[in-house]
Ligand binder design. Structure first.
Ligand code: ADP
Length: 480
């Protein structure tokens, strides 16, 4: 499908609709700074129409389908996504900037997520509770109803599907609001969902700004659950908005994740993984390693190998499939540059990068950046930068490593590289994060729950615990 054929309207109740105000906004190719498309700038009236369509669908045909029939539709969707994988990946690369190879991987993940949830749809069951001979007591798992999904721009369709597929498997209906930077694949998904044969209104997309469309969606009284992935700052606002009508929330917020390397680690593997953990998706990943904690005895050797690899990374437009594409937007580029200034003012040592590459005149490109001699309470050690920037620390003892790893506001992921099983499991117990990875990074899969503690949010996505975000328990008791 050519770019000009991509639907650029809201998808509401199975129909393509312009915003009621007729206003639009532009989405830009971050590699060229050129306009890719104009999409609806939705306001509360458009959101109201989408939520009402989802509400109607929930109480209509969708609730009458058996769980197995829902699963079959999801499975058909997984197959359709796989068949459009190349086209979807190109669209994602144009809109987000990521190397095409990474976008293709994202769509394998999208397919796998939908497959898993397709299989789970008819395996969600309640309990019977023993209350003696006089009463039969059991639980029914019921879908919440209309669910709102507000997603960021770093994995536009990956993160959307990470909650949408679960909500659909559970029997909910969905209103998705993609990020303003990257709305295109969500709209393309709507056309695929239509083609696959989901009933009208089960899946709806409204494009627009966070403070307008996003806030209206969270506040809408017919929305029964909200899932948000994004910054902690926006998470706080969304939680306050949802509190007005007491909606349950899943919040996956930022991270300041530590990759910890001990003296007994397989250094080659640790360096190799750090390259992906720090610079994958241009560092724009909540669970990226943005801090490296290195034991003093291997510090120099690790840094020599790491810096050599980093200086060889190829920065190029995503369609040319280099190692790093551009950052997603001018705002993110300015944010990264601002943190470089802050880090230098705080006294950290800029070892590599810190500027735009000179060979690319257009686009929001930024060099992979390493700060060393970082102390734990500098802002660059505490705050999420969301760019290819890593802060490096050294440590002497396990206690010191643990303390440094934990003394940040966030708690999403952490990784420990060691051959010592006692040490690995001690860290698994004591790291204050939702996920701990041992001798690897980005471990786990669609079956394994992920999420945060502290300022990284709450609720778990993926796996069966993820689907339970979209179900409520009803207890039925029968006196005999
Ligand atoms: P960033 O600031 O890095 O662009 P955000 O976390 O602000 O990321 O945005 C992620 C998503 O949250 C986007 O879809 C955005 O439109 C939405 N959003 C932003 N502000 C609000 C808000 N006040 N209410 C609801 N959604 C919002």
């Amino acid at each position: 499908m050519k770019l000009t054929e991509i639907p650029v309207a809201n998808f509401i109740g199975g129909l393509w609709q312009a915003s009621l105000s007729r206003e639009t906004f532009e989405t830009v190719d971050p590699a060229t700074e050129e306009i890719l498309a104009k999409v609806p700038r939705s306001d509360s009236r458009d959101v109201d129409a989408a939520v009402k369509a989802a509400h109607l669908a929930f109480y209509g045909e969708w609730r009458e389908l058996t769980p197995a029939e829902r699963g079959r539709l999801l499975y058909r969707l997984a197959q359709a996504i796989q068949s459009y994988r190349a086209e979807l990946a190109e669209l994602e690369t144009l809109d987000n900037g990521k190397p095409l190879r990474e976008a293709l991987d994202d769509f394998d993940g999208v397919t796998r997520t939908i497959e898993y949830n397709a299989g789970a749809a008819d395996k969600l069951q309640g309990d019977t509770i023993p209350l003696g001979m006089e009463v039969i007591d059991f639980t029914i798992l019921e879908p919440l109803g209309v669910t709102a999904h507000i997603v960021p721009w770093n994995f536009p369709l990956g993160i959307a599907i990470r909650s949408v597929a679960l909500a659909l498997a559970a029997g909910c209906t969905v209103v998705l609001k993609p990020a303003e930077e990257t709305p295109l694949t969500a709209l393309r998904l709507a056309s695929i969902i239509q083609e696959v044969g989901f009933p009208n209104g089960v899946f709806n997309v409204v494009t627009g700004f966070g403070e307008e469309a996003g806030a209206a969606l969270v506040r809408h009284p017919l929305v029964r659950g909200v899932t948000f992935t994004g910054s902690a700052e926006t998470g706080r606002k969304i939680m306050a908005q949802a509190a007005e009508s007491l909606k349950p929330l899943v919040l996956e917020l930022g991270g300041k994740n530590a990759l910890i390397v001990f003296e007994d680690a397989n250094l080659e593997r640790a360096v190799n993984d750090a390259m992906e953990a720090v610079f994958g998706n241009c560092g724009q990943v909540c669970s990226a390693a943005s801090r490296l904690l290195l034991h003093t005895s291997i510090y120099s050797e690790f840094m020599d190998r790491f810096c050599e690899r980093v200086s060889q990374l190829k920065i190029a437009p995503g369609m040319e499939n280099g190692d790093l594409g551009p950052l997603v937007s001018k705002e993110q580029l300015e944010r990264a540059m601002n943190y470089i200034r802050i880090g230098q003012e705080e006294g950290a040592k800029l070892v590599l990068g810190g500027t735009r590459p000179t060979h690319l005149k257009r686009g929001y490109f930024f060099l992979p950046t390493i700060f060393a001699e970082v102390s734990p309470f500098m802002r660059i050690a505490q705050e999420e930068i969301f760019a290819p920037v890593v802060a490096v620390f050294s440590f002497e003892t396990e206690v010191e490593a643990l303390q440094k790893a934990n003394e940040v506001p966030y708690g999403l992921t952490a990784g420990v590289y060691t051959q010592d099983i006692r040490r690995a499991l001690t860290f698994a117990q004591r790291l204050e994060t939702g996920s701990v990875w041992i001798n690897g990074w980005y471990l786990g899969g669609v079956q394994a729950p992920t999420g945060g503690v502290k300022a990284s949010g709450f609720g778990r996505e993926r796996g069966l615990p993820g689907i339970h975000n979209y179900l409520q328990i009803k207890n039925v008791a029968i006196k005999l």
